[in-house]
Design a protein around this ligand. Structure first.
Ligand code: GLC
Length: 743
């Protein structure tokens, strides 16, 4: 439809019909029998009697294609204006084929593969009638107590921007406006800085300086807007005491004006009504006023817009122009999706591809690249034709998809046991659960029927479980222990203060270690756990995160050496919770610890713990042996109109071909605000053959050396910079100095 026609359509709507386009409900409002995926408080929302359901603009989280078809058909028959419904849901890291959780995906540092996984997710969801996905989630996180770290890209702004761009382009395609077939409209979330919740407690307030906001937290959202993301979702939290959902500075000045975002701003689940709970709105009507004044277009799952906008416009508290602006954005999005021409996009096309085997191959590759080898004393890769005792609650557990795989089917997940049986076919493999994965589920807070099944506790006898596991282990050459957190111990509202592995699993590990056999740990989790007390009990340790549909085979391929691990952490691992937040681009302080004496008093340190994480950002081992040799720069000076080339030589001294993720950091030595000790500015995954050397070339531009000051203004200042290159944030053996002289 042309814009002129859209405007005519808009002008032909009554005020209540216009308001309806800004209301998003779940499918059960139209069909009580519908099994919807509940993602928030399920109290009824109190729509006024006179509200006409067949004015509603969009529906969330209906996953079944046939239900979507029925809803759309029924709606178009009953609505006066015949504007099609728009269907949105949380397709965060897969639809039928489930990929690793985002914090794992970014550990691959393979942004092309991440883009490909997003494109596959879009295609699978497209053929199920999905039109919009609430993805990518790009909230930067430095605090693993916060459960949503599992769906985030981690602690680094550069990784966040690369992830954000890759997922938006994978989901939407690279064209500027129309959303083509097999693609979805993307919705970047949660705007903004939701990952900085105080104390790591979900939904808690966020405070930060403008320089921190603009330098660290905003870039990933900006990257999505620059990639033409169609929607932005407001976050639940306050930012500097103002709730994001009602924050005019954040939504009008920063998002609409500075980032030039012209798409749809949708709230998070019930967030408009939560302005009252924040103590920021005095009533639902007040909340409606605040939100529309803050240019929020769609009200997700409350009755606030539906019940109060009309009266606010009648009383001239809000203007019809404000309403029309919001409605037109929604109509433009529906138009970009081609819904006016085909309200059933993707649904009726019989040529549904059955390429899921290829999709699973991509899922396997991304899972293998997302796994991080944290320790290996040489025991890995495991020799074949040995006796392997696979022990632990994740040994044969299909629920390794993470909390947001809402359409994922665990029965189609390859478990570790299945993967190892396939890969270690000539070995004798025993399995014993050894310990319960979780013992207290009340605190998880899931009572609804939708999720109760996921946390139903099986009957178990702890002593018997342990005994059986020890028996198997005594008869084996290797012990592989698969353990970690239940998927619902992370994810939304999954904040924790104690990040250690459960007591029952720790006891199991301790008793297995006393057998003094080669022992390999495989940890399944949605966050960096506090594993400090476990490290020494293992000869090798693989962090599997929640690796998705092909996870078990990916882990088995790594353990066997069929795949050479290459994953690198995108989030620092704390030695203990007292260090949090611990991350690599920390402040230098006026009293930095002395490298030659970490115990010198009156320096910025703890007297009971190291300053450094257990494992740093960018860390991950390989079966290869990479060495960093030389670094050079195309110039000693950074020039406005020229790229600065940094060349490094890296060799592989082993017999095993492998992938290395080469990382380039900078330090701005002196500036008008104190700058971090290091900032990641570029990375390259390279494959190096055995006993070979490769040259990596980085091309930096002037923007890589600018930053935002405490007014949120981008500045580029004369000064000296250090360029570091290495394999993680703490190991950067190559460095050189360059300068910039402002013209
Ligand atoms: C949830 C989440 C958000 C999700 C939305 C819709 O509360 O915060 O990430 O997209 O509701 O399900």
């Amino acid at each position: 439809m042309e814009r002129k026609e859209l405007l005519e359509l808009l002008n032909g709507l009554s005020t209540s019909e216009k308001i309806g386009q800004l209301v998003q409900l779940s499918g059960d409002f139209f069909d009580e029998s519908m099994d919807v995926t509940e993602t928030g408080p399920s109290e009824k929302i109190g729509l006024a009697e006179e509200y006409n359901l067949y004015n509603t603009g969009s529906i969330l989280n209906v996953l079944q294609a046939d239900k979507i078809y029925q809803l759309q058909k029924n709606y178009l028959e009953k609505s006066r204006h015949k504007i099609p419904l728009m269907f949105m849901s949380d397709i965060i890291y897969g639809f039928n084929t489930i990929f690793p959780i985002p914090i794992a995906q970014t550990c691959s540092w393979d942004f092309e593969l991440i883009e490909q996984s997003a494109a596959i997710s879009a295609e699978e969801a497209y053929y199920a009638g999905q039109q919009v996905t609430f993805s990518p989630m790009v909230d930067l996180v430095k605090d693993p107590r916060w459960g949503r770290v599992m769906e985030s890209p981690g602690e680094d702004p550069y990784i966040g921007t690369m992830f954000s761009k890759s997922v938006v382009e994978g989901l939407q395609g690279k064209q500027a406006n129309k959303i083509e077939e097999k693609k979805l409209a993307a919705c970047v979330k949660h705007y903004a800085a939701y990952g900085a919740a105080e104390s790591g407690r979900d939904y808690n307030g966020v405070d930060m300086s403008l320089s921190k906001f603009y330098n660290q937290y905003l870039p990933a959202y900006k990257a999505a807007v620059d990639a033409k993301v169609k929607l932005v979702m407001t976050a639940f939290n306050t930012l500097n005491d103002v709730p994001c959902t009602g924050n005019e500075w954040l939504n009008k000045q920063v998002l609409r004006e500075e980032l030039d975002f012209e798409g749809v701003l949708i709230t998070d689940y019930a967030a408009i009504e939560e302005l009252i709970a924040h103590g920021y709105a005095s009533s639902p009507s007040d909340a409606a006023r605040i939100a529309l004044d803050a240019e929020v277009d769609i009200d997700m799952k409350t009755a606030v817009y539906a019940n109060h906008l009309e009266k606010l416009i009648e009383e001239n508290v809000l203007s019809i122009e404000q309403l029309d602006q919001a409605v037109l954005r929604v109509l433009e999005l529906k138009n970009d999706l081609g819904l006016f021409e085909n309200p059933y996009r993707g649904l009726v096309d019989e040529s549904v591809p059955t390429a899921e085997d290829d999709h699973r191959e991509v899922a396997l590759e991304l899972a293998e690249k997302s796994l991080v080898l944290l320790k290996n004393n040489g025991i890995l890769p495991l020799k074949k034709d040995k006796k392997i005792a696979l022990v632990g609650p994740y040994g044969d557990n299909a629920n390794t998809l993470g909390m947001w795989a809402i359409n994922g089917d665990p029965s189609r997940t390859i478990t570790l046991k299945t993967g190892m049986e396939q890969v270690f076919s000539e070995s004798y493999l025993s399995f014993a659960e050894g310990a319960p994965l979780i013992e207290n589920i009340e605190r998880l807070g899931f009572s609804s029927n939708i999720t109760a099944g996921k946390v139903k506790l099986p009957e178990y006898d702890k002593g018997a479980l342990l005994e059986a596991a020890l028996k198997n282990a005594r008869e084996a050459d290797y012990i592989v222990v698969a353990f970690g957190e239940h998927v619902l111990e992370s994810g939304e509202a999954g904040s924790k203060t104690d990040l250690r592995i459960s007591e029952a699993q720790s006891d199991l590990i301790t008793q297995l270690a006393e057998l003094n056999k080669p022992m390999i740990g495989v940890i399944y989790s949605g966050r960096p756990n506090n594993i400090t007390h476990l490290i020494d009990k293992f000869d090798a340790l693989v962090y599997a995160w929640y690796p998705g549909s092909m996870g078990g085979l990916a882990v088995a391929n790594i353990l066997s050496g069929r795949s050479n691990p290459s994953g690198k952490l995108t989030m620092s691992f704390p030695r203990n919770e007292g260090q949090i937040p611990v991350y690599y681009y920390n402040y230098r302080t006026g009293r930095p610890i002395k490298s030659d004496n970490e115990n010198s008093r009156f320096t910025s340190r703890y007297i009971d713990e190291s300053n450094y994480p257990l494992f740093p950002f960018g860390y991950g081992l390989s079966y290869s042996d990479f060495r960093y040799h030389t670094i050079s720069a195309s110039s000693k000076e950074i020039k406005e109109k020229e790229k600065l080339e940094i060349r490094v030589k890296i060799s592989n001294e082993s017999n095993v071909q492998g992938d290395e993720v080469v990382q380039l950091y900078i330090q701005d030595k002196v500036a008008s605000i104190s700058r971090p000790s290091k900032e990641l500015k570029a990375s390259k995954r390279i494959t190096i053959a055995p006993h070979s050397t490769e040259e990596v070339i980085f091309k930096l531009c002037i923007d890589d050396f600018s930053f935002f000051d405490n007014k949120g203004t981008s500045v580029l200042e004369t000064g000296e910079f250090i360029i570091f290159v290495g394999s993680n944030a703490e190991e950067t053996p190559l460095s050189l100095e360059i300068s910039y002289i402002a013209s």
